[in-house]
Design a protein around this ligand. Structure first.
Ligand code: PGA
Length: 235
């Protein structure tokens, strides 16, 4: 894994946006896996502004979310709402090429199979943009709940808390699996803040295994970690 250490979160957002835009220019029909969370918000804002300035065109690109919580879509904690606010329209992704697991499904297992089928129909992932949890989770491949393909997980109380509001468990989610994400030709992982420092160190040094799901990614042939100084402080 290649590690780029930059001064602060703003620089990480700018670098992530620049690498994303470069891929979009090279490949107008880009198939990309997109993250939610605190980390990518600024990157999406930069991309929205540079798209307005005509820097790239994602109208033929296809976007797949990494994960979604099993909650009614209207709830502010859903990734559907996050993407609506920060990413899909701001980046110019066409409505018919916005994919996210259906958080209202009555058949989560069937929804997982359908999501994998949609990915295959799109031709597979060119690019995956990732965050990382303080516990080393990637998408919602949580410690002890990683799986190869898109699957259902039970969120732990700490993860539920990161969703904000006074959301009470139990709560499940659908996540792309480790092999699904690893199938992307290029992976960019953004990490900012001291809370991510241990996870990045473990990603590089820990024995590969479910205790730190991030370890499953480190031998990907085209993985770049973009970290700010605080997140890289244990490297
Ligand atoms: P965060 O989430 O960007 O809100 O820290 C990262 C993640 O859980 O992947």
């Amino acid at each position: 894994m290649k590690i780029e250490t930059l001064q602060n979160a703003g620089a990480v957002a700018r670098r992530g946006a620049a690498l994303f835009a470069e891929q979009a220019r090279v490949r107008p029909d880009l198939v990309v896996a997109l993250p939610t969370g605190r980390t990518p918000v600024e990157m999406y804002a930069i991309l929205a502004a540079s798209r307005k300035a005509g820097a790239f065109d994602l109208s033929r690109a296809t976007a797949f979310n990494l994960d979604e919580v099993l909650l009614p879509r209207a709830m502010p904690q859903t990734f559907f709402q996050f993407m609506t606010r920060h990413a899909w329209a701001p980046l110019g992704i066409a409505p018919e090429r916005r994919f996210i697991p259906d958080g209202e499904t009555k058949d989560p297992e069937g929804e997982c199979r359908e999501y994998e089928a949609a990915l295959a129909r799109a031709g597979g992932l060119d690019l995956a943009i990732l965050g990382i949890g303080a516990d080393g989770h990637i998408a919602y491949n949580l410690p002890g709940q990683a799986g190869p393909r898109t699957h259902v997980v039970k969120l732990d109380p700490a993860t539920i808390k990161t969703l904000g509001g006074d959301l009470q468990g139990p709560l499940r989610a659908i996540t792309m699996g480790v092999d699904t994400i690893r199938s992307a030709k290029t992976i960019l992982l953004l990490a900012t803040g001291a809370s991510k420092a241990e996870a990045l160190r473990r990603m590089r040094d820990e024995t590969v295994g479910e205790a730190w799901p991030c370890t499953f990614f480190r031998d990907h042939p085209d993985l770049t970690v973009i970290a700010d100084a605080a997140a890289a402080s244990q490297l």
